[in-house]
Design a protein around this ligand. Structure first.
Ligand code: MN
Length: 308
């Protein structure tokens, strides 16, 4: 799974800076994603435990992004749409189209299933990030839930259009409901821009370039590179010479050891094996009744000890 991976670490003014190359993976049929979290070098950033960046990619008629029904436990899926439209359907009965500038936040808790599909068979374009947020022990067995957030706080500052995805910044608080102290922001500019961003020093942070090229604390990053910024930063310097887009994530370091396998976040192999068998045998997880797509099967979890 780790086709390519390279890391370099250096320290500037006492602060950690770690370049992490995303590895490629496939979602749906034929969509290559850049998987920036987890990597061997960095398993989590706060409670953020997974970060896939898809596109921008043009697709031909009949070849849209389609991911059949599959289950989740112990996490929230956080979908941030940049270009294109996707239909979400889940086992609670929610059907929701997500469009650019919007977030879908699905809380799996003790178990949910969902499917994601392109709206029609037309040719189109997709640019999307999907992140997972690990639920802490006190929340991971809660009932599942789904929320769509069509309007998020937008701040214009120093030439950047900043969308506050999660948490608090610039005296705004995002409405997205999460269960750990954390933050998420999207920075977009159509021209060169420069700013200094205030950060919470109790959080660890990382940035992922979504398009163009960004200079973050003197490091130039392009799509495919996650720059881990560590803890104890009060500010970071962001700049670019032309149009660019950047995702910033952060949070209080997650205190529990999680076990992540396939679409599950748990604590022990026994829990993962149980969830896999339940899903593959049509137990525990309700079906995504409305989806026309083929149900995805959990792989054999007997190799689980190899993937800690
Ligand atoms: Mn999913």
């Amino acid at each position: 799974m780790n086709e390519k991976m390279s890391n370099s670490e250096n320290t500037i003014a006492g602060h950690q800076l770690e370049r992490i190359t995303a590895h490629s993976a496939e979602v749906g049929k034929g969509f290559i994603v850049r998987r920036a979290v987890p990597t061997k070098a960095r398993r989590m950033v706060g409670a953020w435990c997974f970060l896939d960046h898809v596109g921008p990619a043009d697709f031909d008629a009949g070849h849209g992004l389609n991911v059949g029904p599959h289950p989740h436990i112990g996490l929230q899926t956080f979908t941030w749409m940049i270009e294109g439209e996707i239909l979400h359907r889940d086992s609670l009965g929610f059907e929701q189209i997500i469009r650019p500038g919007q977030v879908n936040l699905m809380t799996a808790g003790n178990g949910i299933a969902h499917a994601e599909e392109s709206l029609n068979d037309d040719a189109g374009r997709v640019h999307i990030t999907q992140l997972w947020i690990a639920l802490p022990e006190a929340e991971r067995h809660r009932a599942p839930d789904f929320k769509h957030y069509p309007d998020l706080p937008i701040i214009e500052s120093d030439g950047f259009k900043i969308t506050l995805l999660v948490g608090t910044a610039f005296n705004f608080t995002a409405p997205t409901h999460v269960y750990s102290p954390m933050v998420g922001m999207d920075f977009k500019t159509d021209a060169g821009a420069r700013t200094n961003l205030e950060l919470n020093p109790a959080f660890e942070h990382a940035v992922l370039c979504l398009s163009g090229m960004m200079n973050v604390e003197g490091e130039l990053i392009e799509p495919g590179t996650l720059l881990y910024l560590g803890l104890d930063r009060n500010t970071i310097a962001l700049s670019c010479d032309s149009a660019a887009r950047l995702l910033l994530i952060g949070g209080e370091p997650f205190k529990e050891n999680i076990l992540m396998w396939w679409n599950f976040v748990a604590r022990t192999p026994a829990e993962i094996i149980q969830a896999s068998e339940d899903w593959n045998n049509h137990r525990h997880f309700p079906e995504v009744e409305s989806s026309p797509l083929k149900r995805l099967l959990a792989p054999d979890p007997s190799g689980l000890h190899l993937k800690t």
